[in-house]
Write a protein that binds this ligand. Structure first.
Ligand code: SF4
Length: 468
């Protein structure tokens, strides 16, 4: 989270996002498009539902023996000539990359899109050490030029309109570029081409890593991943330990549902399989390949209530359908991972205290679970997270008092009946056209942006009497 964002509250950040008309326009267009593409893609793919079940089962079975699969992966990567590094924390992961860069005199590193490198703030560390990081995914390149952070897991610059990108390119790259995606893509391509040739190091994430074969898999749409993994003389791949899968046949299952969930494609344009460094006789590929296996708080979650969040494929589908994300965008969440799954990942990586406010940034409507390719039960985990916040006394005291009082009320039929009767009487001055439209005092915060149905005029007992 940036220092600036840490100083503001979630309601302040959300309010600013709601007032930003450009952001609202960009979010509506992009998320609606992603939702439609995903739906059409699965409608024409009857095997999709069974494959989602299969993918979930693979994730669950892999987590049961994660240590075994990680050891197997490491052995096979080393057998292919690569070097495996284990990083317990973000600091360790950064230090490994910086040491490699320092020892080999690296001055420029090209990167393909990777949320894991965002998670450890690698760009900042590289810059600090005198290494220039260059993002080569178009969305990442845009936000790097704008000195911003990604606001979506797969579409980092989703918050920008094409007009804003045209202005940014004109200002930063010199020229006057029209707000035409083709023109802007060509401009970025020209600017990046030379960087691929100059960089001594290529840095990527990994969508999957296959334990049986030591293969690191990258799924991209722009071809930059191939350039990053093959042109510089050193390739460093950073992946969370949960990305390991057992076999190539498992990979086929995930590839069939990942792109459909993310962008509605049958397959992403490029699926790159990296198997170690260049071997004798091969014409291209890096001289060195390093795989960094990042824990950073993941292993301790295997036995926790957040376990299922480790299944996440980072497809972004749950963000697109989330009514909260669709309104406030990714930056308002304040951390690397936005959206409903982002709340859980933030709690996982940074502790429950960090999601004190965010745990409530969900309507629990269940749309996220419906679209998730591995059926992660995000709403259940959010409810459990709220329970933890209450039990650990992290939630604000006022909220804890209100909910404890409400619990007591629900557990006592007499108290419930009496309060319903009192509610019906007290609400009278505030009911307009059958809705509670403006409540007084603190309750007014609820009705500032929405209304409520009034407390029902008839109790359950009235209804029961009628039926008899
Ligand atoms: S939780 Fe599911 S839908 Fe959301 S990003 Fe992860 S895999 Fe995709």
């Amino acid at each position: 989270m940036s220092e600036g964002l840490l100083r503001t509250t979630l309601p302040d950040r959300a309010g600013a996002a709601l007032r930003d008309t450009f952001l609202q326009q960009a979010l509506t267009i992009a998320t609606t498009k992603f939702i439609d593409l995903r739906r059409e893609s699965f409608e024409g793919f009857p095997q999709g539902e069974a494959l989602r079940d299969r993918a979930r089962a693979i994730k669950e079975a892999t987590l049961q023996h994660l240590d075994v699969y990680l050891e197997r992966l490491a052995d096979n990567v080393e057998r292919l000539g690569g070097t495996v590094h284990w990083a317990a924390t973000a600091e360790e992961a950064r230090e490994i990359v910086l040491r490699l860069a320092r020892d080999r005199g690296v001055r420029m590193a090209v990167k393909s899109k990777s949320m894991a490198t965002e998670e450890i703030d690698l760009d900042g560390a590289l810059e600090h050490a005198g290494v220039t990081p260059v993002e080569t995914d178009l969305g990442e390149y845009i936000i790097q030029l704008a000195h911003e952070k990604p606001s979506h897991i797969i579409a980092p610059a989703i918050h920008k309109t094409k007009g804003q990108v045209a202005e940014l390119f004109s200002r930063e790259l010199g020229g006057r570029f029209e707000a035409d995606p083709e023109v802007l893509t060509a401009v970025a391509r020209r600017a990046l081409r030379q960087k691929f040739l100059e960089a001594e190091m290529g840095i990527t994430g990994a969508n999957f890593a296959v334990a049986d074969t030591g293969t690191v898999v990258l799924v991209t749409n722009e071809g930059n991943g191939r350039m990053v993994t093959s042109l510089p003389r050193i390739h460093v791949a950073l992946m969370g330990i949960e990305k390991v899968i057992p076999s190539m046949s498992d990979l086929v299952v995930f590839l069939a549902i990942l792109a459909r969930s993310a962008t509605g494609q049958k397959l992403s344009s490029y699926t790159t399989l990296v198997r170690g460094p260049r071997r004798a006789g091969e014409l291209e590929g890096p001289e060195e390949f390093h795989l960094i296996l990042l824990d950073n708080g993941r292993a301790r979650q295997i036995a926790s209530t957040l376990r299922e969040a480790l299944y996440c494929l980072r497809c972004g589908a749950c963000l697109n359908v989330c009514p909260v994300y669709r309104q406030i965008g990714g930056h308002a969440y304040g951390y690397t991972y936005p959206g409903p799954i982002g709340i859980l990942l933030t709690a996982m990586l940074k502790g429950n205290e960090s999601v004190r406010e965010l745990a409530h940034a969900s309507s629990l409507c269940g749309a996220c679970k419906d679209v998730c390719p591995v059926r992660i039960d995000i709403p259940r985990m959010l409810v459990e997270l709220r329970e933890h916040l209450d039990r650990e006394k992290i939630a604000p005291w006022s909220e804890r008092v209100v909910f404890h009082a409400f619990r007591r009320l629900l557990l006592s039929p007499v108290a419930f009946r009496l309060s319903a009767r009192a509610g019906r009487w007290l609400q009278r001055p505030f009911v307009r056209a059958g809705r509670l439209r403006r409540l007084p005092l603190l309750l007014g915060r609820w009705t500032r942006t929405r209304d409520l149905p009034p407390v029902a005029a008839r109790t359950f007992r009235d209804r029961w009497k009628e039926l008899r």
